[in-house]
Ligand binder design. Structure first.
Ligand SMILES: [Cu+2]
Length: 141
């Protein structure tokens, strides 16, 4: 019984600590989480704001490799940490790109600098045609 009570207090302390975490500041990073599978993105429409860093988390829920790419996009401070894959077969390199093997997660950070509506795609051969496209809406704050 005593152990149970100790456990209860520990759990309560943890819960309180989690609740008292400071609220994110207004200029904090924007986090966009996308799931990729055969052959779509979820969500298919993403909205972000210019001038604030964006972290894109690509979770590959499918059974083959996928990526998230925007061919034309004005960005600053780009950082990619995903599974690298060959882009040499592409006529044109995407402005932003993050890849993830099946079951893995890739991350990409950038700050959009110009508002507009852009198309995002999976650049793996045939995937865009199969439906791996979406809309990235960039708005001014
Ligand atoms: Cu794909």
């Amino acid at each position: 019984m005593r152990h149970f009570i100790v456990f209860l207090f520990a759990a309560l302390a943890l819960a309180l600590a989690a609740c008292s975490a400071p609220a994110p500041a207004s200029n904090a990073s924007q986090v966009v989480t996308l799931d990729a599978n055969e052959f779509k993105f979820e969500p298919a429409t993403v909205q972000i704001t210019t001038g604030r860093p964006v972290k894109v988390i690509l979770r590959n829920k499918g059974s083959i490799e996928h990526d998230w790419s925007v061919m034309k996009l004005a960005v600053a401070g780009k950082q990619e940490s995903g599974d690298a894959h060959g882009m040499s077969n592409m006529a044109e390199e995407p402005a932003v790109h993050v890849a993830a093997m099946n079951g893995k997660t890739g991350e990409l950070e950038f700050t959009p600098t110009s508002p507009g509506t852009y198309e995002f795609v999976c650049t793996v051969a045939g995937h865009k045609e199969a439906g791996m496209v979406g809309k990235l809406v960039v708005v001014n704050p």
